[in-house]
Design a protein around this ligand. Structure first.
Ligand code: TYM
Length: 338
């Protein structure tokens, strides 16, 4: 089959980011990360990973994981990632991710990992904790540092992991000489933390199973409307921008992030609107935003050969860069590289 991607990387600054292929991707993943990726891909050389090695830090049903990896890749493309200019990579297909993770693990103090709030939260939910859960942020640092990424577009919940990545890079550079680039965290101006519709005090999350919690990117319009109409608000009857609970704030953020409206447009439109009408307006903005993505998703999912080729080409394209970093790191650490 004809190759989809050119093989050369350009001299543009680099972006790396990733999403775990678990559960159903939701509007938080889209507004916090994916939407920004689509925008940034024109100004940066981008690597977008389906981080299957991160996913297995908690048990995944193997057949389901295989299917979710393909689905996540198809969603990346459907959301607007262009495989001619960006590399969509399944993390495990580039062995250098795991290799650099081990090298960095040996240079990372245990105390730094035990302090991670996501580790503490996830560990509290498990009966027995795998070692991988503790190493999770080191693997994430490896993903980023492997490609010398300058910018990492993520949602707000990844900020602490990004700080740790910079700490790991800095301490490695101090000990072994300048090796890694310091990556910047890039949060979207609106939508960096989308909250659950059923409980706006909790971040919208793939692992929450409640049917009114998250809007999946593949939910049909009728389901989206039902979920938004049931969203938790507060005891006020209508929107008051000076006095609103987290549920209404969340609905407004979702609307603004989908429509791209300015603060001025929001202020002119919503004050005094009754909650029933607010919810209808928000639901229609979400339906309109997701419709083209769902259409493209159906086309891409119908052609698994194309998708496989995109993933294979991207792995071929990025592997030399990743292998080169690992070789340098090994040399710096004194590991055998002959
Ligand atoms: P993951 O799979 O949990 O989430 C993927 C992306 O979606 C963002 N996100 C949100 N943004 C706004 N509101 C929300 N409710 C919300 N929920 C999730 C996340 O911030 C993330 O940007 N550890 C990462 C995956 C990863 C990664 C990396 C990211 C692995 N290696 C290297 C960046 C760079 C994670 O679990 O994302």
């Amino acid at each position: 089959m004809k190759r989809v991607l050119p093989i050369q990387f350009s001299m543009k600054p680099r972006v790396l980011s990733g999403i775990q292929p678990t559960g159903s991707l939701h509007i938080g993943n889209y507004l916090g990360a994916l939407k920004n990726w689509v925008r940034m891909q024109h100004d940066y050389e981008c690597v977008f990973c389906i981080v299957d090695l991160h996913a297995i830090t908690v048990y995944q049903d193997p057949a389901e994981l295989r299917q979710k990896i393909q689905q996540t890749a198809a969603i990346f493309l459907a959301a607007g990632i262009d495989p001619k200019i960006s590399s969509v990579v399944v993390q495990s297909t580039v062995a250098a991710h795991a290799e650099l993770c081990w090298l960095l693990t040996c240079a990372t103090p245990l105390g730094w990992l035990e302090r991670m709030t996501q580790f503490k939260d996830k560990a509290a939910k498990q009966e027995s904790i795998g070692d991988g859960l503790l190493q999770y942020p080191v693997l994430m640092a490896a993903d980023i540092l492997l490609y010398k990424a300058n910018a990492v577009p993520v949602g707000d919940d990844q900020s602490q992991h990004l700080e740790l990545t910079r700490d790991i890079a800095q301490s490695f550079n101090a000990r072994y000489g300048d090796t890694f680039v310091m990556p910047e965290t890039r949060l979207p101006s609106v939508g960096a933390r989308i909250m659950g519709l059923d409980d706006p005090t909790k971040k919208m999350s793939k692992s929450e199973t409640g049917s009114g919690h998250a809007i999946s990117l593949l939910d049909p319009p009728s389901v989206i409307r039902k979920k938004v109409m049931r969203a938790t608000t507060d005891s006020n009857p209508a929107v008051d921008l000076e006095n609103m609970g987290p549920g209404v704030q969340n609905l407004l953020a979702i609307h603004q992030a989908f429509t791209g409206w300015s603060d001025g447009q929001m202020k002119a439109h919503f004050p005094g609107m009754r909650y029933g009408d607010l919810k209808k307006t928000v639901a229609e903005a979400v339906v309109a935003g997701l419709e083209p993505i769902q259409q493209r998703y159906n086309e891409i999912a119908a052609d698994p050969t194309y998708l496989k080729q995109v993933l294979r080409d991207a792995a071929d394209r990025v592997s030399p860069i990743a292998n080169d970093t690992v070789r340098t790191v090994k040399q710096r650490m004194g590991i055998y590289t002959e």
